[in-house]
Design a protein around this ligand. Sequence first.
Ligand SMILES: [Zn+2]
Length: 239
Amino acid sequence: MGYEMNDLAESRSPSSSVGDYLKAVWELAVTSGGAASTKDVAARLSISPASVSNMFARLQEMGLVRYERYRGATLTERGRKEALRLVRRHRLIETFLLEHLGYDWQEVHEEAERLEHAVSDGFTERLAELLGHPDHDPHGDPIPSAEGTLEADDSFPLSQAATGQRVRISKVRDEDAAMLDYFGDRNLVPGRWLTVREVRTVDGVVIVEDEEAEVYALGEPLARSMFVRSETSDLGEGN
Ligand SMILES: [Zn+2]
């Protein structure tokens, strides 16, 4: 009843809960590479697993997800398009807040979570125009195109890097403000080069050195929240 098909066919935002579910399923599928489990979506949206199961069944009726009780949900092509439309909106709003309204990068995610439900696609495209059609948001996440395509991502968490590897920060997870504060204060931001000095298997700490020869010991949660690319062709440069 509250979730009619034409809510989605129109250009305005789908009801916020539908959108939040689709984004959560999309994000979890990106990180896990498979279906988003009821439990994980429940944890992410702070809702009971029973409500998530109900909603999955409803989203399936709407043709937005495929849902199997013991496996979880995956997006259909239509669900994926809808999720990417919201992700585009979210990431453009984050970029706008940072570049034009003086927000810090640890503040923009929360604000974008609220605003993305209030703006139209028309507004989103005006924003893209104003910002010069950026490819990436302030955290380094790629911004999906208006057509619903997204560049392939070959980055991996710093926790999976190897000792001696030279890597470039491509993105950091955007949900944890304290973590972003930590990275920002140390200029550990997208685009910066790091040399991996040690990956300590005993506790998952990764020790890195930046271009100014500053050394940081990043605990496992930090090392899992920073994504890097190995650019071996640039080895030796910038030191
Ligand atoms: Zn965000």
